[in-house]
Design a protein around this ligand. Structure first.
Ligand code: SAM
Length: 331
């Protein structure tokens, strides 16, 4: 059943405010429309049509999603995310210029979409003591070249999962000769269905930010990890206001707070300086390579990189960012 743009808007608002204890009344919707949408329209026809479709219910002037409404909007959000990830990752994967860019910035081309230099990846391999006995899960593997690199180097078994299904198909075909070691699955990491204790190592390179419920994700990861298992998670923490400065500390990032709440032991390795250099390099090289991206008709990649690096550099200038590799033990 197709939705109008306003119907989708309203379901999205209710979805995002669902866990935030915000009561959504008509006044609240009008406030949101005036502040964020800035188009002149009435909510009432949309409210009527969504309640006819049983996607929302109204009690004492407060609107909430029904079960049907929740799964409808969740599917829409997921499909958009999958489409967006497929489009971006396929463009980066195809680009010969991006290959050169990665070699300059990261020291090696693994089609990186992250803040992890080769120094950080090598540290991850060392700290998790990866070897041919291990069975690793890489959540949000992107085009999967980092998973492949890790398995080629250590001979460990690795399963990379990503929501971008088209990209996963490409990764499977690229590595079909290594099927005994390397496996890719198209999967949403918020819906992991692996059996308990399936992996003895879990890695995540700049992906956990995208979880719709980080606390639940970490709890689930703990379950699918073997008793003697370890996780290596890269996490960069940004703050928008200096009053949250404490969150930059390795024991007080949003991620560390979750580990503390769940009772998982960890060591955090500080890569803040490394990330600072990485963003400076990205900014420098992408500017130097603008003409190459232009000639290859890949200005979209150039624009994405310039936008991101300029934004991140501002955070560093104001010391409003930190980066850690969390090495977590189940026991
Ligand atoms: C910043 S990229 C990092 C990719 C790769 N780990 C790397 O370091 O180059 C984030 C990745 O997470 C994937 N992703 C985002 N949300 C996801 C989800 N809910 N389930 C699975 N993958 C997801 C994206 O498709 C993307 O490939």
């Amino acid at each position: 059943m197709e939705l109008t743009s306003n119907e989708e808007r309203l379901l999205k608002i209710l979805f995002h405010l669902k866990d935030k204890d915000v009561e959504v009344s008509l006044e609240k919707l009008e406030e949101i429309r005036n502040k964020h949408i800035k188009e002149d329209f009435e909510w009432q026809p949309t409210i009527n049509s969504l309640s006819e479709k049983i996607f929302i219910k109204i009690e004492k002037g407060i609107y909430t999603l029904t079960k049907e409404g929740y799964s409808k909007i969740l599917n829409i959000i997921k499909n958009k995310k999958r489409k967006g990830s497929n489009k971006a990752l396929i463009a980066f994967d195809k680009s010969k210029i991006y290959k050169i860019f990665c070699e300059k910035v990261y020291g090696k081309y693994l089609c990186q979409m992250n803040m992890a230099t080769m120094k950080q990846i090598d540290c991850l391999i060392e700290l998790l003591k990866l070897n041919d006995d291990n069975n690793i899960l890489d959540i949000g593997c992107g085009v999967g070249k980092i998973s492949e690199y890790i398995s080629d180097l250590t001979k460990a078994k690795i399963t990379g999962i990503d929501i971008a299904d088209q990209v996963i198909l490409k990764a499977q075909s690229r590595t079909k000769n290594k099927i005994n070691r390397i496996n890719y699955i198209a999967r949403d990491f918020d819906e992991l269905s692996f059996e308990d204790e399936s992996f003895d190592r879990i890695i995540a390179i700049d992906t956990v930010y995208f979880s719709k419920n980080l606390f639940e994700l970490v709890k689930r990861l703990k379950k699918i990890l073997t008793q003697d298992g370890m996780m290596g998670i890269f996490y960069s923490q940004k703050i928008n206001d200096n009053k949250y400065k404490k969150m930059l500390n390795k024991n007080h990032t949003k991620f560390a707070n979750i580990l503390n709440d769940i009772g998982l032991k960890y060591n955090a390795y500080d890569f803040t300086e490394d990330e600072k250099k990485l963003w400076k390099d990205q900014f420098k090289f992408v500017n130097e390579m603008k003409k190459d991206f232009e000639r290859a008709n890949e200005l979209e990649i150039y624009n994405a990189r310039i936008r991101e690096s300029s934004k991140q550099i501002k955070y560093f200038k104001d010391n409003r960012i930190s980066r850690y590799l969390y090495i977590i033990e189940k026991n």
